[in-house]
Design a protein around this ligand. Structure first.
Ligand SMILES: [Zn+2]
Length: 100
């Protein structure tokens, strides 16, 4: 079953491409850290399920340790690498839906 990254604007999933992507589950057992993750993702009001993942691209290299060629996520790692949130055109008045 393919895994998908739950980060807005991130299109990574495990089913496409040939480059290796790593997917990590959310720290559901650690609510404090989970909140940090969600805050960084700007999805604070969202609760991931145990079947949702975040891809390795959102973690700084220092979040990983490599042992025997296998990359592990540090147990206290928090994702900090996110694309800028989509910038809405300044011309559009706030709260208005522009119809074409
Ligand atoms: Zn991602």
């Amino acid at each position: 079953m393919p895994k998908y990254c739950s980060v807005p604007n991130c299109k990574n999933d495990s089913g496409t491409g040939t480059d290796r992507k790593s997917f990590y589950k959310f720290p559901l057992q650690d609510p404090a850290r989970l909140q940090q993750w969600l805050r960084n993702m700007r999805r604070e009001n969202w609760t991931p399920s145990r079947h949702q993942y975040i891809c390795h691209e959102h973690f700084a290299p220092s979040c990983f340790k490599v042992r025997w060629g296998i990359r592990y996520l540090e147990s206290n790692a928090v994702p900090t690498v996110f694309q800028e949130a989509e910038v809405k055109p300044k011309e559009a008045p706030r709260g208005h839906i522009v119809k074409f």
